[in-house]
Design a protein around this ligand. Sequence first.
Ligand SMILES: *Cc1c(COP(=O)(O)O)cnc(C)c1O
Length: 365
Amino acid sequence: MSRIYNFNAGPAVLPLEVIEEAQRELVDFRGTGMSLLESSHRAKAYDAVHNEAIANLRELLGIPEDYAVLFLQGGASTQFSMIPMNLLLPGTSADYVNSGSWASKAVKEAQKVGAVNVIANTAKDIPTRIPAMETLKFTPGAAYVHITSNETIAGAQWKAFPKTEAPLVADMSSDILSRPFDVKDFGLIYAGAQKNLGPSGVTLVIVRKDLAEKAPAGLPTMLDYRTHIEANSLYNTPPTFGIYLLALVTRWVKKVGKENLFKQNVEKAARLYAAIDASGGFFKGTAVPECRSDMNVTFRIFPDGANASEEMEKKFVAEATAAGFAGLKGHRSVGGLRASIYNAFPPQGVDDLVAFMADFQKKNG
Ligand SMILES: *Cc1c(COP(=O)(O)O)cnc(C)c1O
C-alpha cells in the first residue's frame, strides 16, 4: 500500500484508520449481514450511527440543547440560500462581511432573497486578509451577521470572532473542529463535511432552535430548517454513508483528543509559515501574517525576489506531485500554491514538505 501526502482543499485527507475501519465494516455492517450502503435509513443499525454522529459533535463542540444539529445535503453552497430564506425576515436586513471568494458567493445568494448590507469588503485585497475587527460597523436591528471563518481559497482566517448584537452566522466549512470556539456566540454555524469532518455529501448545520422557529411560513419543505429539526434530519433519506464516516471521524477526534489536535494544527501551520518566511523571499505567503489560515497555507514563488512566477509554480507542483505531495496547486481562480493541512493531515507530511521546499529552492533559487 502506498499512501501519498494529500494536500487537497476538499474533499480532503481522512484519517487512515477511519478509512480502514470503514473498509472492515463495509460488506457486513456490524453483524447485520448487509453493507450500511444497503441499509434503510430507518433501520436500527443506521439509527445508532446517526445518533452517534450527533452525540459526538455535541460533545466535541459543546453544542447546547437549545441548538439543533442537522445533516443536510446540497453542500455549504445551498446554505448560502437557505440561511437568508429562513433568517432574513421580511422588512429586515442582514449584515455580511465579504472576506473573499466564499463570502462573495454567500453575499450573492443572500441578495436574491432580501436586503443585504456588505459592511466590510476585503474580497479583492492582495495580500489577502479578513477585515479588521475595528472597521466593522454593524447595522442596528440586523437579522443576523454573516461571516466566513476561514477563506479556503485565499488562506485567510478570522483569529477572533466579533461580538455582535444580532445572531452571528458563520460558514465554518474549512475550519470547523480545528480550533476552540464557543457555539453559544453563534446563531447558526454551517460546514460542508468534506474538509474537517468527513466526505462530501453531508452538510452540518448547527442552529439555535428559536431562530429557526421564526422563519416565514410557506418555505419549500426541504429548505425549511424546521422540517429537519422536527425529523432529526430523517425527513427524507439522508446521506447515510457520509454521516457514518462523520461518526467515525468524530470518534477518531475523541480518541486523539481535540485539544491535542488543536495544538497540532497550530504547530503544523507555524512550521510551514516559518519555512516560507525563512526562504529569503523565494516563497512568500499570500495572506497578511495576522490573518494566516492554519488550515489552508497559501503562498507563491518569487524566483528573483520581486515577481511571482507561474512557470516556477507549475514546476514546483509537478515535482512535488512526483515526490508524493498531492494537491498543492492553488485554486484555479487565484493560482499560486496552497497546502491544505486539515485535522487529519499528518505532521510528518508538513515536515517532509518543508524539506522538499528547501531542496526545491536550492535547485531553483
Ligand atoms: C468548500 C467551501 C464551501 C463550498 O462547500 P460545498 O459543500 O462544495 O458547497 C463553502 N464555503 C467554504 C468556506 C468552503 O471552504
